[in-house]
Design a protein. Structure first.
Length: 303
């Protein structure tokens, strides 16, 4: 039992009274007596230890605490209502999987392939939400996560789906000289674009190409997401290091080009994990098996 949470009925009554700033109109909306509304609000104020309303003659006005609390209560009541309706809507339509994903993999790789899974398993609905940092499943609404990393998260079960593969420098072709291939020195003099979550990527690339401790590796603008970094490179703002596997459309269309064929390859990859209580559920197993069957050619992970 959560002893710190007030009675849900009291919260609903308070929210209605706060919205109307009237005990009478709240009572009419909820089919209660005005005295019942007054008692519930007074009891809630006593429990919280703060005044939620100022009583001014025959009217009420929210206090600062009351206004802040009303906004939070309204938001959470709306969430409870929405979650309840979603649960009711699931009756007879199969299982819904809530998956946390990294944004670029979702938009560039996963979503274009999801129609295949829907055709195979129309009884399973896959909802996707963006998460770029690790989280605890116990503190989230997610059934599983598809993320970039080096290992399976503690307290979960899962597998490496595929490694990232080649990471290549890419840019808008307008940045490059028309006559001759780009040299290493020419490339490193171009503006460099960085991913905030991989601040050492260019330094690693420089080191692999014999340019240890080169201060040029840390110059340039930084972007939080791969999608932003890709857009910046397409806009001609500089050269970005990006996974080739996520650039199929951009490279085939010529919107981005690889100015110098000097890729680097990391051991990190894309993992699918779920907490213990979900890992053996048939819907998650079906999704996991399907994802393993559509990994990029040449990126398969040995069992």
């Amino acid at each position: 039992m959560r002893k710190g949470i007030p009675n849900l009925v009291a919260l609903q009554i308070f929210e209605a009274a706060a919205r109307h700033e009237s005990f009478t109109r709240a009572a009419n909306e909820l089919s209660l007596t005005q005295s019942a509304v007054c008692r519930q609000v007074a009891s809630l104020e006593s429990r919280l230890g703060v005044a939620l309303f100022l009583r001014i003659k025959k009217r009420i006005v929210l206090t600062t605490h009351g206004r802040q609390y009303a906004a939070l209560v309204r938001k959470n009541l709306d969430r409870i209502e929405r979650d309840t309706l979603e649960l009711m809507a699931q009756r007879g339509v199969g299982r819904i999987l809530e998956i946390a994903v990294v944004p670029t993999l979702a938009s560039q790789w996963l979503i274009p392939r999801l129609p295949q899974f829907r055709a195979r398993r129309p009884d399973i609905t896959v909802n996707l939400s963006i998460r770029t940092e690790p989280f605890l499943f116990s503190d989230s609404p997610f059934d599983a996560a598809l993320y970039f990393g080096d290992s399976v998260w503690p307290g979960t079960q899962g597998k490496l789906l595929f490694r990232e593969g080649k990471v290549v420098p890419v840019c808008n072709p307008s940045l490059l000289p028309a006559a001759a291939p780009v040299s290493l020195d020419q490339l490193t003099e171009l503006p460099l674009l960085h991913l905030s979550t991989r601040p050492d990527a260019w330094r690693t690339w420089f080191r692999l190409n014999g340019l240890e401790h080169d201060v040029r590796a840390v110059r340039g603008a930084r972007y939080e997401l791969f999608t932003m970094l890709t857009s910046a490179a397409q806009a001609g703002l500089g050269v970005a290091l990006l996974p080739e596997i996520l650039l199929a459309d951009e490279l085939s269309s010529g919107r981005l080009v690889v100015p110098l064929d000097k890729p680097m390859t990391g051991e990190s990859g894309y993992y699918l994990v779920a907490p213990d209580e979900i890992a053996h559920d048939e819907p998650f197993v079906a999704l996991s098996e399907w994802l393993s069957s559509v990994v990029p050619r040449g990126q398969e992970v040995a069992a």
